[in-house]
Every structure is written in structure tokens, then in C-alpha cells.
Design a protein around this ligand. Structure first.
Ligand code: CP
Length: 317
């Protein structure tokens, strides 16, 4: 594997989950792979889980890790070619990326959607420049349109907790005070569409996701109806994708918050969320603290998904 930006990079998904469960049983078995190899993690945006779990995964594999927070101490980067750089940006990304590549063997990049230009976001302008100019294997630590490390961890968690061969998994929009990218729901849909699950997406009208990620999934605008019989409820907020509202909050309808009453409609479903989560906007205290909540094991599996990806990238060197 030379890059990791979406579900397709994993190849056979069943095999990838099997590998993840094996790695989880013995996370230090491949320590030789990363010996004298350096992982560089580049963050254009904040992180708790991705930062810690990916660094831990690299350490499990014997790698040295370097973290660069672009907005804290690095030169401000210009990303557009042709710009006269007479403003506050001191360095161009076209020099910065190959320089970063010269100090490491594998690069992880976090660069969220900026909601300024839908085409730039959906063309993954920043991530793709790292792939093109770094000369190193590159993996997404959440880019503008996808968060495949999270979705892989979500799938591993569903595999661990499912009680039937083909569980019903519901991705539900929930309210939030800030406009959030579609990266997490896009990747979750991408993975669920490839997995052996009955997948339903529910959201208010106007929050339709990119059809490229929704594919054949059932979309149900009535949240209560969607939740009926669910085995897993995956809550997430996202801003509108469709034009002319790209990146906008259309409403903060609190009737979409995942509460005990909502969970009562399900088949005693597990609750999932990628975190960080705003309590009593996305999910009530009672639901996230309930025994059915998987948010902590789900976050713990981020170490495992990152380790499988890093292992495969190291094996390709
Ligand atoms: N879920 C997730 O990616 O968390 P962080 O933003 O804290 O890394």
C-alpha cells in the first residue's frame, strides 16, 4: 500500500479487519518493520485521538515519530501557485512538502475542508499535493472529504460488538453549533457500503451527502423510522454539501439529538460517535454514558486502524 486515503486502499476489507484483530492481540509483533524509520505527522488542524493513537501505532511498530503543527510554530504556508507572496505567508507548500519528505519515511496529513471553495475541498488539494510532491507514502489523518482511519476503527468496533451476521447500522445527522465538514460521514458511508451491514443514512432535508459516498445506501428523512430495529447508531453532525449551501448550517433541530427516547426505538442499539462530541447537542449525557455506548472502545481502536495502515505502508517501502 503506497497511500491511504479511502476504503479502496485497504483492498479486501474482511482481510483488513482480520489483520486488525490479529494486530490487536499482539501489537508489538511487527516492531522490526519500523526500526530506523521515521513517521512524520503533519497537522493543519487540532486533534486529540488521531495524534495520540497514530503516534502510539508508530511506536508499536518501532518507528520514530515527529509531529509538526503547521499553525503553531511553523512558517505560514501559501498553497496557491502564482501568488505574489507579499503577505503574511513566508513559505510555499511546494518547497515545504519535499523538505518535510526529506526528513521521514512515511507522512500522515490532517487538513480539513476549509469551506471556502467546494471544488478545492473535494479535490483534496492539500492531501494530494503531499502525495505528489513528498516522495513518501502518505496517509490521511482526516482530510477535506474523508477520515478513513476513523471509519476503519468504526468498522473494527462494529465487527467486535455485532451480535448478528448482518447488523442494521444507522448513520444519523445530529445538531451542532458550528459548521463541520462531511469527512467523517463520507468515510463512514464509504466503509459501510463495502461492509456486510444493512446501512441506512438519516438526516433532515438539505443535508444530503455527496452521492459518490452515499452510493446505494438507503436514505430515510424520518429519523424515528430509520432508528427502528437498529443495532448500531452512529451519530455525527455535518454541514450542507449541496449547492448553494455548501458548508452552511441549515438548522440546529434539537429533535435530532440522540436521546434515551430515540435509542428506545432501536433493537437495544450500541451508540457510536468518533469524538470529540458536544453533549446534549449530538447526544444526551444518559446515552453516551450508557452501557450501550461504544465511544471509548471505538476511540481505542484508532490505535489499531492506524497500526494496520502504517504496517502496510512500511511493508511497501
Ligand atoms: N475522531 C478524531 O479524529 O478525533 P481527533 O479530532 O481528536 O483526532
Amino acid at each position: 500500500m503506497k497511500t491511504y486515503t479511502n476504503v479502496k486502499d485497504l483492498g479486501d476489507l474482511k482481510q483488513a479487519v482480520k489483520e486488525a484483530l490479529e494486530v490487536k492481540k499482539n501489537r508489538f509483533a511487527y516492531k522490526h518493520l519500523g526500526e530506523n524509520k521515521t513517521l512524520l505527522m503533519v497537522f493543519f488542524n487540532s486533534s486529540l485521538r488521531t495524534r495520540l493513537s497514530t503516534q502510539k501505532a508508530g511506536m508499536n511498530l518501532g518507528m520514530n515519530t515527529i509531529i509538526l503543527d503547521i499553525n503553531q510554530g511553523a512558517w505560514k504556508l501559501e498553497t496557491e501557485r502564482g501568488v505574489v507572496m507579499d503577505g503574511d505567508k513566508s513559505e510555499h507548500i511546494l518547497e515545504a512538502i519535499p523538505v518535510m519528505g526529506s526528513y521521514c519515511d512515511v507522512i500522515g496529513v490532517r487538513a480539513f475542508a476549509q469551506f471556502e471553495n467546494k471544488e478545492d475541498d473535494y479535490q483534496e488539494k492539500i492531501l494530494n499535493q503531499f502525495i505528489k510532491y513528498s516522495g513518501r507514502p502518505v496517509f490521511s489523518m482526516e482530510a477535506a472529504t474523508g477520515h478513513p482511519l476513523q471509519a476503519f476503527a468504526d468498522l473494527i468496533t462494529i465487527e467486535e460488538y455485532k451480535k448478528k451476521d448482518r447488523p442494521k447500522v444507522v448513520l444519523t445527522w445530529a445538531p451542532h453549533p458550528k459548521a463541520l465538514p462531511q469527512a467523517v460521514p463520507n468515510s463512514f458511508a464509504d466503509f459501510m457500503n463495502e461492509a456486510d451491514v444493512d446501512f441506512v443514512i438519516t438526516h433532515p432535508e438539505g443535508y444530503e451527502l455527496d452521492p459518490k459516498f452515499v452510493r446505494g445506501a438507503k436514505v430515510e428523512y424520518n429519523q424515528d423510522k430509520a432508528l427502528e430495529g437498529a443495532d448500531f447508531v452512529y451519530a455525527k453532525n455535518w454541514a450542507a454539501y449541496a449547492d448553494p449551501n455548501y458548508g452552511k448550517i441549515l438548522n440546529m433541530d434539537k429533535s435530532w439529538t440522540v436521546t434515551t427516547e430515540k435509542m428506545a426505538l432501536t433493537a437495544n442499539a450500541h451508540f457510536m460517535h468518533c469524538l470529540p462530541v458536544r453533549r446534549n447537542m449530538i447526544v444526551s449525557d444518559d446515552v453516551i454514558e450508557s452501557p450501550q455506548s461504544l465511544v471509548i472502545p471505538e476511540a481505542a481502536n484508532r490505535e489499531i486502524s492506524a497500526q494496520v495502515v502504517l504496517k502496510r505502508l512500511l511493508e511497501s517501502l
